[in-house]
Design a protein around this ligand. Structure first.
Ligand code: TNX
Length: 473
C-alpha cells in the first residue's frame, strides 16, 4: 500500500486494511484540540478538511488528542490515526499546521487509513519564487499560489516585483514607478501592480498559512522599468521607452549618483517598513554591463542600505564575495558563471545559501525539447530531474551547515495565464518541495503519489503536465 503524501514523511507505518470513513466528528475534534495552542492550524483544519468527503454521522467515542511537544524537531510532528482515536503532537504551531496539510492529502478521499508517522523538514527555508514583473499575476492568483505552496509544506513565497519589463509594487514616495512602468507585461499585454494594501493583505494571508513573503526589487540591473519612470537614476540620464522583450543584463542604475542612491533608499525603506518577514531580496543578478569591481562596490553599499533600514537581505549568488552584512542570504541559481570562490565565501563570511539550481529548481525551464511553454537555457527539467537531487551536492563546495533552504523559481517570460502557471509548476513543485523537506528518496513511491495528486488536480480543474515519467493511469 502506498501513501499519497507529498512531501513523503521521514518515517511512517501504514497498516493494510480498508480504513474507516472520515466523519465530521474527527474534523471538529481535531480543530477543537488545536484551538488553544495552534490557532492557525485549527483554522486550517476547519478550512482544508471540512470540504473533504466525510459522513455526517457523529459516532460516539471519536477522540483526538493534539498536544505540543517542544522536544520534537522544529516544524516537526507525529501523527497516529488509530480507529476512533487520533493523536497529534507537534513541536510548534508550524508543525501542527504542516500536520494538518498532510492530513488534507491523506484524508482527501474520505477514508482514514491506519497510519502512524513522524515528520520534520530538513531545511527551514522552503520556498517558491513567482515573477510577477514579466507577467503580472494579481492578488487572487497569488493567493492560489500561496495555497498550493503551503499544501506542499513550503513556507516562503518570494515575489519578483521589478524587472526591465515592469514595476509591480506601489512605492508612495516614487509614484511614477507604478504610473509609468506597470501598464505592460513582457509581451506588451496588460500589466498591473500591487498596492501596499494588497501587499499587506497578501502577507497576512500567507502568514495565516505559515508562509512568509520575501519581496524582491532587483538592483542594480534588471532596472529598465524604473529608469523609464525616473530617467535621472540611469547612467546617462536619458529618457527611455518601456521595454518589451526577454533580453537580460542590459540595464543598470547609475552606480554612484545621489539621485540613483536616493531612489534606492526610498525603495528599500518602503520594503523594509511594509514587510512582515525578516528578509527582503534586493536582486544583484546579471549586471552584465558592470566590471566585477564596480559590481562588488555597488553590492556592498546596497547591503549597508538594507542594514540601515533594519532588514536582512537576500541576493542572487553573484553577490558572493562582496562584504555583506552578517546574516545575508545568497541564492544560488547557476553553474554557468564563475563559482570557484563560493566554497571559500561560505567558510569565511557570515552568509547562508538557498539552493535554486536552474537545472533542477527552475520551473520555467521546458520539460522536454518540444514542450510549448518555457525556456531551455539551463536544461530540460522533467519531473525526475526536479526530484532527484541534493541541495548540498548541487552547491559548489558549500558546507551543509551553510545551506538553509531550497527554492523553486517560476520566471514568467512564457506563461500567459494561471493555467500556464500550473502547467509549469505541476508536477515539478511537489518534486522540489520533496527535496526541500528532505523526504527519503524513493522515486517510484513519489511517482505513484503524484498520480494520485494528478487525479485530485483533475477533479479540481487544475491543469498540469502529464510527464511521461509518471504512470498517471
Ligand atoms: C535568469 S535567474 C534570470 C532571470 C530570467 C531567468 C529565466 C536569475 C537570477 N536571472 O532574469 O528570467 O534566467 O530562466
Amino acid at each position: 500500500m502506498t501513501l499519497p503524501l507529498i512531501p513523503a514523511p521521514q518515517t511512517f507505518t501504514l497498516r493494510a486494511g480498508p480504513g474507516e470513513p472520515l466523519t465530521a466528528s474527527h474534523v471538529d475534534a481535531l480543530a477543537d484540540a488545536l484551538d488553544t495552542w495552534a490557532p492557525r492550524a485549527a483554522a486550517a483544519a476547519r478550512r482544508d478538511l471540512a470540504d473533504l468527503p466525510r459522513t455526517a454521522d457523529r459516532p460516539a467515542g471519536v477522540t483526538v488528542v493534539a498536544t505540543q511537544d517542544p522536544s520534537l524537531a522544529e516544524e516537526g510532528c507525529t501523527l497516529d490515526l488509530a480507529t476512533g482515536a487520533w493523536t497529534l503532537t507537534a513541536a510548534d504551531e508550524a508543525g501542527a499546521y504542516w500536520a494538518v496539510q498532510s492530513l488534507a492529502q491523506v484524508l482527501r478521499d474520505g477514508v482514514v487509513p491506519d497510519l502512524q508517522l513522524s515528520d520534520a523538514p530538513a531545511y527551514p527555508v522552503r520556498g517558491m519564487m513567482l515573477d510577477i514583473a514579466r507577467f503580472y499575476f494579481g492578488p487572487d492568483d497569488i493567493r492560489r499560489v500561496i495555497d498550493l505552496a503551503a499544501s506542499y509544506r513550503l513556507n516562503q513565497l518570494h515575489l519578483h516585483l521589478s524587472d526591465d519589463q515592469g514595476w509591480r509594487l506601489e512605492i508612495p514616495s516614487r509614484p511614477l514607478l507604478t504610473k509609468m512602468s506597470a501598464a505592460q507585461d513582457v509581451a506588451g499585454g496588460q500589466g498591473g501592480y500591487l498596492t501596499l494594501e494588497d501587499y499587506e493583505q497578501l502577507q497576512r494571508y500567507a502568514l495565516d498559512r505559515h508562509v512568509v513573503i520575501v519581496p524582491e526589487v532587483d538592483l542594480p540591473g534588471h532596472t529598465h522599468a524604473a529608469q523609464v519612470a525616473y530617467p535621472e537614476i540611469s547612467p546617462d540620464g536619458a529618457e527611455r521607452e518601456p521595454y518589451i522583450g526577454t533580453e537580460v543584463g542590459f540595464s543598470s542604475l547609475h552606480l554612484t549618483s545621489d539621485d540613483a542612491w536616493d531612489f534606492v533608499d526610498d525603495v528599500v525603506a518602503t520594503l523594509a517598513e511594509h514587510t512582515l518577514g525578516e528578509y527582503v531580496h534586493l536582486g544583484g543578478d546579471e549586471s552584465l554591463t558592470l566590471t566585477r569591481e564596480q559590481y562588488v562596490t555597488y553590492m556592498e553599499r546596497l547591503g549597508a542600505v538594507a542594514e540601515k533600514h533594519g532588514t536582512k537581505a537576500v541576493f542572487w549568488q553573484e553577490a558572493a564575495g562582496a562584504a555583506l552584512p552578517p546574516g545575508t542570504r545568497l541564492q544560488y541559481w547557476t553553474s554557468q558563471i564563475e563559482t570557484d570562490h563560493i566554497a571559500q565565501v561560505a567558510r569565511d563570511h557570515d552568509v547562508t545559501f538557498v539552493a535554486s539550481p536552474a537545472s533542477r529548481a527552475y520551473l520555467d525551464q521546458k520539460y522536454t525539447a518540444d514542450f510549448p511553454l518555457g525556456l531551455a537555457w539551463a536544461a530540460l527539467v522533467d519531473v525526475r530531474d526536479a526530484y532527484d537531487w541534493d541541495p548540498v551536492a548541487e552547491l559548489p563546495g558549500v558546507p551543509a551547515e551553510s545551506v538553509v533552504g531550497v527554492e523553486a523559481c517560476l520566471w514568467t517570460e512564457t506563461p500567459r495565464s494561471f493555467d500556464d502557471l500550473t502547467m509549469l509548476v505541476l508536477p515539478r513543485l511537489p518534486a522540489v518541495a520533496s527535496v526541500a523537506w528532505g523526504s527519503p528518496k524513493d522515486y517510484p513511491a513519489f511517482a505513484s503519489a503524484l498520480a494520485q495528486h494528478g487525479r485530485w488536480w483533475d477533479a479540481d480543474g487544475i491543469v498540469f503536465y502529464r510527464s511521461e515519467q509518471v504512470d498517471w493511469s
